[in-house]
Each structure stands twice: as C-alpha cells, then as structure tokens.
Design a protein around this ligand. Sequence first.
Ligand code: AMP
Length: 140
Amino acid sequence: MVESTLFTKIIRGEIPSSKVAEGEEWYAFLDINPHRPGHTLVVPKEEAQRISELSDESRRALLDGVIEVQRRLSVEFETTDFTVNLNDGPLAGQEVPHVHFHVIPRVAEGTRRPMWTQKKDSAEPDFAILAALAERLQTH
Ligand code: AMP
C-alpha cells in the first residue's frame, strides 16, 4: 500500500493543523513556516502530486477554495492583494508531493517585492499564534 501524503493525513485529522476553511473538494490551513502572517495552503482532498493529475472537478474546485481563502484573509489583513503560488513538482521546489496553492496576504511593506526571492523565517512555528489566527479566519 502506498503511504498517504502529509497533507492527506492533515485532511483526515491524523496530523493537527490550523484550519482556515474547507469545501467538499478542498481543505485550507495555515502554513507552519509562513513567509508572511496569514500564509495559507489550499489543497485538494484528492491526492495528486501535480495539477495535471487532478480530476476536472477537483481542479476547478481548488480555485474556488483559493478565492474563499482570499476572502477570509482580506477581512483579517485588510488587503485585496496576495501572492498565490503553486510549485508543480519537485524540480519546481515542491517539498510535499500533494498539490497545494500557497496564498499569502500582501500588505504595504515599503517596497514591492516578489515573494519567493525572500528567505522564510526559520524560527520554530508558534502554534498558539497560528491557532488563534485560524480561529478568527474561520469566523470571517
Ligand atoms: P512546497 O515547498 O511548495 O512543497 O511547500 C510545502 C509547504 O508546506 C511549506 O511552506 C511548509 O512550511 C509547509 N508545511 C510542511 N509541513 C506542514 C504542516 N505540518 N502543517 C502546515 N504546513 C506545513
């Protein structure tokens, strides 16, 4: 039997996550090592490594999930602007072999920069902060 991906285990609740929202075909939760506050991952419940391997239904629903997550993040972070990224395979930098969109709210920071040129914060995840934010986002 093939082992489930980390994200399938998260969707099933076998590994804890800071849930942001959920649809029939997708699940959204906070990234434990965020590029910016509010960094959310939106993943299909269908397990596939690349977008081309997803069913039509799942692929279409996934973008609805991204939009729903943006709506919630826009309330919390008071912005309409986001970095949305998908690393489609290991050579593109994909670490977890399960399709996922990164959705990162962008607010004024003095300069405008593309996100992926910057290093992530390598500090230990602050699970209490993530849990409190996830709880607020679920109510938006
Ligand atoms: P990628 O490099 O595009 O495959 O992104 C994988 C993302 O998953 C990274 O941003 C990680 O910080 C994030 N990640 C890994 N493990 C977890 C986890 N248990 N909960 C939430 N996010 C995770």
